[in-house]
Design a protein around this ligand. Structure first.
Ligand code: RIB
Ligand code: CA
Length: 310
């Protein structure tokens, strides 16, 4: 079966790290590159984290640094969850993996333009890099097979009552991506909050006993503790890997087509993904929004993904 070609645009970030783990070794995925954006932490930290993860996993995937600021507004980071480094917890070997010289936005443009239109863009951080690529070279739009994002929510947010972090951190970028006209699968908090990494899940992955499972356990040690302090949950919601799990096995989530717009004008609801769940507006759907997740299947995908490492 032909592999799914994808670019992972992310802001590592503990859950981004697990998304990298699943994408880098899956026999179903051809991970063309990892592009990094400011989000959970500043770009200097998120790009370093991405290189540390790739080096630790011993996978040969190029890492490109992208935008260090949102398109218009000032950046926000999520140090309360991901720590000062953006990836608190694991201790890595001295970093020798080099950053690619090409800017992430240029890599996205070049790779899409050279392609046959068969590349899936997966974003698990603010959508600045993809939006800037679309603005710099609109011809790439027709070359995007699908945009699969972790972001948004048709219920409530995790930064404000209305907005989820990846969207509010650069709502203008999300607006550009959601209005580009290509197929969008939105994996929002509505489903990612149903895959909480409880201690028994950590213990299950620890039993695998390889480099990926050790990294997983070290990551979750910090991530779950921080989520409990902030949200009071026993387990941390493993948001980002749901996007990659969907590419590996689309049946892991159920989606519903909804007319979805990004609120970039209001104050109270700035950054909200306005998903018309009931079709009140009778407008054409603009995104396939995840409404259910098979949590057991998701954790099986994660376990199988970690087992692929030595
Ligand atoms: O709201 C959750 C999202 O924000 C995840 O992608 C997490 O890594 C942060 O980027
Ligand atoms: Ca992320």
């Amino acid at each position: 079966m032909e592999k799914i070609k994808m670019i992972l645009d992310c802001d590592p970030g503990h859950d981004d790290a697990v998304a990298i783990m699943l994408a880098a070794k899956s026999p179903k995925i051809d991970l063309l590159g990892i592009t990094v954006v400011t989000g959970n932490q500043t770009l200097e930290k998120t790009e370093r984290n991405a290189r540390n993860i790739v080096q630790c996993l011993e996978v040969d995937v190029p890492v490109y640094a992208g935008c260090g600021q949102p398109m218009i507004r000032q950046k926000m980071v999520a140090g309360d969850i991901h720590g000062e480094s953006g990836l608190d917890g694991p201790v890595f070997e001295p970093l020798t993996k080099e950053l690619e010289k090409e800017h992430a936005v240029n890599f996205i443009i070049r790779t899409l333009m050279e392609s046959d239109g068969d590349i899936t863009m997966v974003t698990t951080g603010p959508m600045t890099n993809l939006a800037m690529a679309i603005r710099m070279e609109p011809k790439i739009v027709e070359k995007i097979k699908e945009i699969v994002l972790m972001g948004g929510s048709y219920t409530n947010g995790n930064v404000t009552p209305a907005a989820e972090f990846n969207i509010i951190a650069d709502a203008d970028a999300a607006y550009v991506c959601f209005t580009c006209g290509r197929p969008i699968t939105m994996v929002g908090l509505d489903v990612t909050r149903k895959v909480l990494c409880y201690p028994e899940i950590v213990a299950r992955m620890d039993k695998i006993g390889n480099r990926a499972s050790k990294l997983f356990v070290d990551l979750m040690g910090h991530f779950c503790k921080a989520q409990k302090e902030v949200f009071g949950w026993e387990g941390g919601p493993l948001h980002d890997p749901v996007t990659v799990a969907y590419l590996i096995d689309p049946t892991v989530i159920t989606t519903k087509p909804m007319h979805t717009t990004i609120d970039i004008r209001s104050t109270e609801s700035y950054g909200r993904t306005n998903c018309d769940f009931f079709g009140y507006q009778q407008l054409p759907p603009t995104a396939n929004v995840a409404v259910e997740i098979d949590a057991a299947k998701f954790w099986d995908i994660v376990e199988e993904g970690l087992k692929l490492y030595n």
